[in-house]
Ligand binder design. Structure first.
Ligand SMILES: Cc1ncc(C[n+]2csc(CCOP(=O)(O)OP(=O)(O)O)c2C)c(N)n1
Length: 673
C-alpha cells in the first residue's frame, strides 16, 4: 500500500470512530460528542499500532491495559471496541445509554467486554491506572524469571482536563512518579474546554511542568490531528521505561463541527441534526447512512487483531515453557488466575484465649495479617502513613519500592484517595488481594474509590482503625460518628466491626474469602477483652453477620440487646448485671449488617425473634439505620453529637457507654428503672 493510500485509510478509520461516536450520541439524544471528535486520532493510533492486546481474549493476563479516564467520552471507547473486534455489535452502539445495553453512559467494567475499569468520576481512571502499574511491577517481580518476561504489559490512559483538575490525580501521579512506573503512559487531552467554558476560568497551571516535578517524563504534541507528531510521541513514550510518561496533547473539542468546535457546547450534548450533517460535510464524510463503517476502515483494526493473536500465542508458548522451568511459580500463577485461594490458608488463622485485659482489634488484625501472610502470597497492602497505628505491616517483607519490587508492604503516603483508587487498579489484575489502612474518619477521604470498588465488585480490604469516640484524646476531628452508617449505605460493601480478637480473626476469614466485592474492617484503637463467648461461638456465628452471644437463664429472652465492636463486651456486662435483677436479656453480637441481611429469614428470626419487641441497639455512633433491626418499639443507644477530646475511659462515662449506664437504659426499657 502506498503511503498516501495508507494515510487515506488512517483518516477513513479515524473518521469512522468519530462519526460512530457522534451518531451514537445523536441517536440517544444524550452523551458527549466533543471529546471523541478530538481524541479519535490518538485513540486510533494507540489501538491499531501500539497496544499489545488481543480482542479475542480480553482476559489475556499480559495484555496492555487501556483506561479511558475521561469516562464521559465513552462513545469513543465503544466505537473502538466495536471496530477493534471485541464483540460489541452495532446494535449495542445504537442502544447507547439505553436500559440494559452494553453501552451505558460511562464505561462499566465487566458489563462490556474489553472495558478495563469503570470510569466517569473524573480522576479515578488515572488513579486505577497507577494501581495497574503497581500490580504489573509486583507481578513481574513475583513471576518473571530470566528469559521469562511473563508480565511486561503497559498501561495506556487518556485523561482530560477534568481528570487533571481532580485531586486524586495529583495524589496518584505523585505516587507513580515516586515509584518510577515506566509502564504507565498517560495522554492528556488538553483541549482547554470543560463544562463551564474555557478551562482558564479556573485552571491555569502548566500541567506538564507539574508532572515533571512529580518525576514524570513529559512530552508535548502541538496538534492532536497530526498523525506523525502523535506517532512520534507515542513511540517516545513506549521507549521510556524508567519513568511514567505524560504526553500533553493539544486537541480541539468537537473537531470538525463548524459551529461548536472549540466550545463547551461540544462537550456534553448532541451536536444537533443539522450540525452533525455540517460536521460530516466538513470532514468529508457522507451524511447518510448513519453508523457508517466503510469496509476499508476495518483493515487497520483487523491487522491489529492479527498482531494481537500472535502476541498472545507467543505469550502462551512462553507460559508453557515457564510451566516446565518453574512449575511452582506457574502453579501459583494458575491458581491466582483461576481465582482460587491457596489450600489450607485458613489453617494459619490465629485463635485467642479469653483475656480480660485483651487487646485492640487493630492489634489483633496485625497479628492475623502476619499469621496468614506466608500462606497467602497474593496479600499485599499498607496504609496511608499510619502503618504503626493501623497495624498493617507484614513483618519481614521489604517495603515495595523501585529497588524492592517484591515488597508486599505498600507505602501510600498521606494519600487516602489515591490509596483507594490504586487499590482498585491492583485488584483489577486479579493477581493480588490489596489492603489499605487509615483511620475510620478518613474513609471519607477515599469514599469515591470505595464506591467504585463496590460497583465493580472488586476484592479490596479496608482496614479502618480508631473506629469510634474511644480513640480518645485526638478529639472530635478524628472521632467518627456517621462513617459507619455511611459505609453501610454503600451497596456491595461488606462492613465488619468485630467485637474482640477472635471476631477479628473471623473478620479476616470473611474478607479474604469474599472474592467479589470490597470489605471494610472497622477496628478499635483501645484494648477490648477477649471474650470467653467468642472463643466458643465466633467461628460459627460471625459469618452470619449476627449471632447470639449470650442468652439468659430461666426462660426466653424478654429483651434483645444488639451490639457491635467495642460495645459488645459492655453490653454483655450490662446484660449480666440486669440478670441478677430478674431481667432476661439476650445479647446479639452483630458485626455485619450486610452478612446478616443475606441470611435466610429462619436464621434471622432465630437470632432476632419477631415476638421480642423490646430491643436496644448499642453502638458508639449515629443511630442512623438501626431502626431496621430494633423496630419502632426498640431503642438505640447511639451518639447524636460530635465527640470530644479526652481519655477514652472518661468518654465512656460521659457518653454513657459503661456497663452500668447501659444496664440503666435496659432497666428503663423494662419499666424497672
Ligand atoms: C468527579 C467528577 N466531577 C464532575 C464530573 C462531571 N463532569 C463530567 S465531564 C466534566 C469536565 C469536562 O471537561 P473535560 O474533562 O475537559 O472534558 P471535555 O470537555 O474535554 O470532554 C465534568 C465536570 C465528573 N464526571 N466527575
Amino acid at each position: 500500500m502506498g503511503e498516501q493510500a495508507a494515510q487515506g485509510i488512517d483518516q477513513l478509520a479515524i473518521n469512522t470512530i468519530r462519526f460512530l461516536s457522534v451518531d451514537m450520541v445523536e441517536k440517544a439524544q444524550s452523551g458527549h460528542p466533543g471529546a471523541p471528535l478530538g481524541q479519535a486520532p490518538l485513540a486510533y493510533l494507540l489501538w491499531t499500532r501500539h497496544m499489545r492486546h488481543n480482542p479475542d481474549n480480553p482476559d489475556w493476563p499480559n495484555r496492555d491495559r487501556f483506561v479511558l479516564s475521561a469516562g464521559h467520552a465513552s462513545a469513543l471507547l465503544y466505537s473502538l471496541l466495536h471496530l477493534g473486534g471485541y464483540g460489541l455489535p452495532m446494535e449495542e452502539l445504537q442502544r447507547f445509554r439505553q436500559f440494559g445495553s452494553k453501552t451505558p453512559g460511562h464505561p462499566e467494567h465487566e458489563l462490556t467486554r474489553g472495558v478495563e475499569t469503570t470510569t466517569g468520576p473524573l480522576g479515578q481512571g488515572l488513579g486505577n491506572s497507577v494501581g495497574m502499574a503497581m500490580a504489573q511491577r509486583m507481578a513481574a517481580a513475583h513471576f518473571n524469571r530470566d528469559g521469562f518476561p511473563l508480565f511486561d504489559y503497559r498501561i495506556w490512559v487518556i485523561a482530560s482536563d477534568g481528570d487533571m483538575m481532580e485531586g486524586v490525580t495529583s495524589e496518584a501521579s505523585s505516587l507513580a512518579g515516586h515509584h518510577r512506573f515506566g509502564q504507565l503512559k498517560v495522554f492528556y487531552d488538553d483541549n482547554d474546554i470543560s463544562i463551564d467554558g474555557p478551562t482558564s476560568l479556573a485552571f491555569s497551571e502548566d500541567v506538564g511542568k507539574r508532572y515533571e516535578a512529580y518525576g514524570w517524563h513529559v512530552l508535548r504534541v502541538k496538534d492532536g490531528n497530526d498523525l506523525e507528531e502523535l506517532e512520534a510521541a507515542i513511540t517516545a513514550a513506549e521507549a521510556e521505561t524508567e519513568r511514567p510518561t505524560l504526553v500533553v496533547v493539544k486537541t480541539i473539542i468537537g473537531y470538525g463541527s463548524p459551529e461548536k468546535a472549540g466550545t463547551a457546547e461540544a462537550h456534553g450534548s448532541p451536536l444537533g441534526g443539522e450540525e452533525v450533517k455540517a460536521t460530516k460535510r466538513a470532514l468529508g464524510w457522507p451524511e447518510e447512512p448513519t453508523f457508517l463503517v466503510p469496509q476499508e476502515a476495518l483493515a487497520p483494526f483487523e491487522q491489529a487483531r492479527e498482531r494481537g493473536r500472535k502476541l498472545e500465542a507467543e505469550w502462551s508458548d512462553l507460559l508453557k515453557r515457564y510451566e516446565e522451568a518453574h512449575p511452582e511459580q506457574a502453579a501459583d500463577l494458575e491458581r491466582r488466575l483461576e481465582g482460587r485461594l491457596p489450600d489450607g490458608w485458613q489453617d494459619a488463622l490465629p485463635a485467642f484465649p479469653p483475656d480480660e485485659k485483651g487487646m485492640a482489634t487493630r492489634a489483633a488484625s496485625g497479628k492475623v495479617i502476619n499469621a496468614i501472610a506466608s500462606r497467602l502470597p497474593e496479600l499485599a497492602g499498607g496504609s496511608a502513613d499510619l502503618a504503626p497505628s493501623n497495624n498493617t505491616l507484614i513483618k519481614g517483607s521489604p517495603d515495595f519500592a523501585p529497588a524492592h519490587p517484591d515488597g508486599r508492604n505498600l507505602r501510600f503516603g498521606v494519600r487516602e484517595h489515591a490509596m483507594g483508587s490504586t487499590m482498585n487498579g491492583i485488584s483489577l489484575s486479579r493477581l493480588w488481594i490489596p489492603y489499605g489502612g487509615t483511620f475510620l474518619i478518613f474513609s471519607d477521604y477515599m469514599r469515591p474509590p470505595i464506591r467504585l470498588a463496590a460497583l465493580m465488585k472488586l476484592q479490596v480490604i479496608y482496614i479502618f482503625t480508631h473506629d469510634s469516640i474511644f480513640l480518645g484524646e485526638d478529639g472530635p476531628t478524628h472521632q467518627p460518628i456517621s462513617q459507619l452508617a455511611s459505609l453501610r449505605s454503600i451497596v456491595n460493601l461488606t462492613v465488619l466491626r468485630p467485637a474482640d480478637a477472635n471476631e477479628t480473626t473471623e473478620a479476616w476469614r470473611v474478607a479474604v474469602e469474599h472474592r467479589h466485592g470490597p470489605t471494610a474492617l472497622v477496628l478499635t484503637r483501645q484494648n477490648l477483652p477477649v471474650l470467653e463467648e467468642t472463643v466458643r461461638l465466633a467461628r460459627e456465628g460471625f459469618a452470619h453477620g449476627a449471632y447470639v452471644l449470650h442468652d439468659p437463664e430461666g426462660g426466653d429472652p424478654e429483651i434483645l440487646l444488639l451490639a457491635t465492636g467495642s460495645e459488645v463486651w459492655v453490653t454483655l456486662a450490662a446484660a449480666k448485671k440486669v440478670a441478677d435483677e430478674g431481667i432476661r436479656a439476650r445479647v446479639v453480637s452483630m458485626p455485619s449488617w450486610e452478612l446478616f441481611d443475606r441470611q435466610p429469614q429462619a436464621y434471622r428470626n432465630a437470632v432476632l425473634p419477631p415476638s421480642v419487641r423490646k430491643r436496644l441497639a448499642v453502638e458508639a455512633a449515629t443511630p442512623f439505620g438501626w431502626h431496621k433491626y430494633v423496630g419502632t418499639e426498640g431503642e438505640i443507644h447511639g451518639i447524636e453529637r460530635f465527640g470530644a477530646s479526652a481519655p477514652y475511659k472518661d468518654l465512656a462515662r460521659e457518653f454513657g457507654y459503661t456497663p452500668g449506664q447501659v444496664a440503666e437504659r435496659v432497666r428503663k426499657i423494662m419499666g424497672k428503672g
